[in-house]
Design a binder for this molecule. Structure first.
Ligand code: NAD
Length: 312
């Protein structure tokens, strides 16, 4: 399959490498010039489960794509949510009438942004449990295993979504065609909507937060707000199961992990995805007339912290 990976950070590099190794024709588009230069010179360089792996693929900046003639069957998006709108505005020439877009970003409501640029029946949504981290321009740390769950946004996209599942299978990405991806997206958003912002604001890892007396009540209250809004969107979250799913991380092998929002905000002073997580719940809550005070406060506090650290 002809695939463009849009956003070649940690996750984009992982998917590009694995899809390339799986025999697909992969092109890269990214907005970070130092990263483009490094990949153009030496390819994506990965520490892949302890082994050095590198692969060269054509890479373009948004300013270059007019001349590039890039035409893909599938665009796999791996930007941060807060980069989505601005980047899609700039890369419209790579979206043709037959192009499908797959979004596996964390958070809620990406379809509202993407449907401004892509027909809804060419939109595929999902989640992934794969992980990745950048160690510098063109360099990524890829360890462990993962999975992908995806589904077409509208029924007309089903055949292509199933084709993508088969291509991802060939690349070892452990995909699954989902019959209720919206549920999985909301369930994963509850993990990010609790642990990401709380660990970033409190400057602690998952296990440290989990040991505090207030952790259970905070989790329950935030998850209840997510569930009340999800319900209005046709998703009936099992809040006890979701709570147990999040709380299980406190004593798991990721207890020592600092969630990505901690890495972005505290460690690297980057803007966060909060507007697509707790911020999305607060906004949607307001539209539906549902009170979401915790999500609103957490969103505001993350924005305050962004300003305090001069996040970009
Ligand atoms: P990332 O920050 O590594 O990359 C996203 C974009 O930001 C890329 O275009 C990259 O080039 C650019 N970028 C990265 N560092 C930069 C810097 N210092 N200066 C300028 N630009 C920079 O993001 P990611 O971790 O690949 O995440 C992409 C999406 O996938 C997000 O929605 C995230 O929540 C989700 N996700 C991530 C993981 C993970 O383990 N990283 C796992 C599951 C889902």
């Amino acid at each position: 399959m002809k695939i463009t990976v849009l956003g070649v950070g940690g996750m984009g590099s992982r998917f590009a490498l694995m899809l390339h190794q799986g025999g697909n024709d992969v092109t890269l588009v990214d907005g970070w010039q130092a990263n483009i230069d490094a990949i153009r010179k030496d390819g994506i360089q990965a520490n892949f489960n302890g082994k050095p792996v590198s692969a060269k693929m054509p890479i373009y900046s948004p300013a270059e794509i007019d001349q590039s003639g890039v035409k893909a069957d599938l665009i796999v998006v791996f930007l941060k949510s807060n980069q989505l709108d601005a980047m899609f505005k700039r890369v419209q020439p790579i979206i043709h009438k037959d192009t499908y877009v797959l979004c596996l970003l964390n958070g809620i409501g990406h379809e509202d942004v993407l449907s401004k640029y892509v027909a809804k029946d060419h939109l595929l949504l999902g989640i992934t449990m794969w992980t990745a981290g950048m160690t510098g321009p063109g360099h990524v740390e890829l360890s462990g295993d993962g999975e992908v769950e995806l589904e077409n946004f509208e029924p007309a996209g089903e055949a292509f979504a199933k084709q993508v599942v088969s291509v991802f299978e060939g690349a070892g990405l452990n995909p699954k065609y989902s019959h209720d991806v919206k549920y999985s997206i909301w369930r994963k958003a509850c993990v990010n909507g609790t642990l990401n912002c709380l660990c970033a604001l409190l400057d602690c890892n998952i296990g440290e937060f989990g040991k505090t007396k207030q952790a259970p009540e905070l989790l329950h209250t935030i998850i209840d707000e997510f569930a009340a809004v999800a319900d209005k969107e046709g998703v009936n979250l099992d809040t006890e199961e979701v709570y147990n799913h999040v709380a299980a991380t406190f004593t798991s092998d990721i207890a020592g992990h600092y969630p990505s929002m901690h890495q972005d905000l505290v460690q690297n002073h980057r803007l966060t995805e909060i507007e697509f997580i707790d911020g999305a719940v607060a906004r949607k809550g307001e539209q539906y007339g549902i009170a979401t005070p915790y999500c609103k406060l957490l969103t505001q506090m993350v924005h305050v912290k962004e300003q305090l650290v001069g996040a970009k």
